[in-house]
Write a protein of this length. Structure first.
Length: 650
């Protein structure tokens, strides 16, 4: 290592020493190790990785250490050819990606967190580091849970759990980690019995161990306090106290004052629910006297506010709740703000402080609206991330297949001169097979292009602008209704993009959500109707998702263009002679000479035809379009019809 690099490294270490939990001796040891020119870089990386684990997550010191780890790993990956060393350096690079994801998660930057976790998982998979890969998958589940996508969160966790349970004796720590995380997710869904089941599995494993590490002791403490909270929510106060007192003993033993304060708070809540208000107040006052952070203190303030509200001492209640509320705002902790504002609204009403009550009511309304908008943004961010990642993968696979196909073309030409006819036939067969794989990949790319087109940015931003306009104009109920539909539509497209078939009932529901947003954008210039004919149960028919949307969009965008008077669009799904038919008609301006059989409908026709052929395995499907005429022979709209491939399940 050069003298310049040593100087920079020493300066960085001096800064880092202010941000680590470790003692001074540990920091001095790290400095000596990193500055020793005789040590191998794998030893340096091991020490840096250990220091990152001991540092405060998201702190400047932690981030500097993490960047150093990535720099050393990347530099060695560029110059070393040894496979074992490359595997080690790749592990540290993947760990760097995981740490970056954690830092972005703390900043609530979900797209970046998911992006870095995908990089980490991909790299771990590449070097066959399956244990580390599944821990990264667990962390991905936690991030999905953070944006309330419980379905994807649970899917990630059970993927990891299935892997760990193949060798349960060797992977008890991983199984325990998954169970503890699952308990938290089920609790968020208010499924407390199931949460207790998984939390108890963690407790049973850790208490069976003869000796626990520091991390395991903290995990056991968390499992006890979580389990106690679940029992509190179920009003099983005796079991709640047993678990909370066990957590309190462990946190006190570890000298963790912040978690000790939270334990006092939880026990005080149990006592309060039991009607033991004096004991509850004493515990909360003790929690406030301990050396702790602002957030645990805020929880104590809010619980004291609840206690004095029950005692009808409204002035004290309002004082404590206001303190907790202000800390929650400063910390951007929505849970604290929500709880404090809810109680402050009640207290202000009973105290006849109507100005304060109105302030809390308006705050809660904004909190709910911002939560819905944030959910829509997060769902959209997930869709974009998924599309970008799959597009990149498809591009790489397509290029690889084309290069391989080109190579095989040369082999075919060469084999004609040098090899027997049988060898030439073999290479021809191989080339033909790869061309088929390229065709499948191209069809998948067309399908992805269609799926992304369902939610183009112009449509999204126009929708949000119109919803905001409704709110500004005082039409809150209408705005919330449209926001709910927009959120549901975003989630439907995100979930259905990975499915080959969805029920006709779900397709109709998605169409109605889509058109309701479009009617808002077009200021109700047209009426819309969906009819289902000769179909008793739309939930038994399964069709390719979002197959009909391009034609509905065309009917709105082009059929209603320059339309005088009220527009009408009608969609009919009918079942006749074992054929499922789709028909859409409008009373618009019809086909003009410029766009007839081309223009606005050609791209949608092409993509839909490709999807129909892909699902039907080459069977011919015809898309029929015709202009409608009125009694005087003037254009009176367009009608388009085609057959939809389907699966019937009774």
């Amino acid at each position: 290592m050069t003298q310049i690099k040593q100087f920079i490294l020493l300066a960085l270490l001096c800064f880092i020493s202010c941000n680590l939990y470790a003692q001074d001796k540990a920091i001095d040891s790290l400095k000596r190790v990193l500055l020793n020119p005789k040590l191998h870089d794998t030893t340096r990386l091991a020490k840096i990785s250990s220091a990152v684990d001991q540092s405060i997550p998201g702190s400047p010191g932690s981030e500097i250490l993490n960047e150093m780890m990535a720099e050393i790993a990347l530099e060695n990956l560029k110059k070393t050819g040894d496979q074992e060393l490359r595997k080690k350096y790749s592990k540290y690079l993947a760990a760097y990606y995981s740490n970056k994801a954690g830092a972005y998660q703390m900043k609530r930057d979900i797209p970046e967190a998911l992006s870095y976790l995908d990089k980490s998982i991909s790299l771990f998979r590449k070097i066959n580091a399956t244990d580390e890969m599944n821990y990264a998958i667990i962390n991905k589940g936690i991030v999905y849970s953070q944006i309330n996508d419980k379905q994807k969160a649970i899917q990630c966790l059970f993927t990891a759990l299935t892997y760990f349970e193949k060798q349960p004796e060797e992977n008890q720590d991983g199984i325990s980690y998954v169970n503890s995380t699952l308990a938290t997710i089920y609790s968020d869904q208010k499924m407390y019995e199931k949460a207790i089941l998984y939390a108890q599995k963690t407790i049973d494993y850790l208490t069976s161990e003869k000796q626990l590490s520091g991390d395991q002791e903290f995990q056991l403490s968390e499992a006890y306090i979580n389990c106690g909270t679940y029992y509190l929510n179920l009003k099983l106060y005796g079991k709640a106290l047993i678990n909370l007192n066990k957590a309190l003993l462990l946190f006190r033993k570890a000298g963790n004052t912040s978690s000790t304060s939270i334990c006092f708070n939880k026990i005080a809540q149990v006592k309060m629910e039991q009607g033991k208000l004096q004991e509850s107040e004493a515990l909360l006052q003790e929690a406030l006297t301990s050396d702790q952070g602002e957030v645990p203190k805020a929880y104590a303030y809010i619980t004291l506010g609840d206690l004095f509200y029950r005692k009808k001492e409204l002035s004290k209640s309002e004082s404590y709740l206001t303190k907790g509320f202000e800390i929650g705002k400063a910390a951007r902790n929505l849970q604290l703000q929500e709880k404090a504002s809810e109680l402050l609204l009640k207290v202000s009403r009973e105290n006849r402080n109507f100005e304060k009550a109105l302030e809390m009511y308006e705050f809660q309304t904004k909190l709910k609206d911002s939560g819905k908008i944030e959910a829509s943004k997060n769902a959209l961010a997930q869709q974009q991330l998924k599309y970008d990642f799959e597009k990149k993968q498809l591009h790489l696979e397509l290029n690889a297949e084309k290069k391989e196909a080109a190579k095989n073309n040369w082999l075919i030409a060469l084999s004609g001169a040098l090899l027997l006819v049988l060898s030439g036939g073999y290479f021809y067969y191989r080339n033909n097979k790869q061309q088929q794989e390229i065709t499948v990949l191209e069809k998948d790319r067309i399908r992805q292009k269609l799926l992304l087109s369902q939610m183009n940015p112009h449509f999204i931003f126009n929708s949000i602008d119109n919803i905001q306009s409704l709110i500004i104009n005082g039409k809150e109920e209408t705005a919330i209704s449209y926001l709910d539909r927009f959120s549901r539509l975003t989630r439907q497209i995100l979930e259905n993009s990975g499915e080959n078939y969805i029920s006709l009932e779900e397709e109709v529901y998605m169409i109605e959500n889509y058109v309701s947003i479009q009617r808002l954008l077009y200021k109700d210039q047209f009426d819309f109707k969906v009819a289902i004919e000769n179909i008793a149960d739309a939930g038994s028919f399964f069709i390719p998702p979002m197959l009909t949307q391009p034609f509905i969009e065309n009917a709105i965008k082009h059929g209603m263009k320059n339309k005088a008077g009220k527009g009408e669009i009608k969609v009919v799904f009918s079942h006749t002679d074992d054929r499922l038919l789709f028909e859409i008609s409008d009373n618009g301006t019809g086909f003009s000479n410029e766009n007839k059989a081309s223009g606005h409908k050609s791209m949608a026709m092409k993509i839909t035809r490709e999807r129909l052929l892909n699902y039907a395995g080459g069977r011919h499907f015809e898309v029929v379009s015709e202009s409608r005429k009125d009694a005087e022979g003037q254009p009176a709209g367009v009608k388009i019809a085609f057959e939809i491939p389907y699966i019937y399940e009774n």
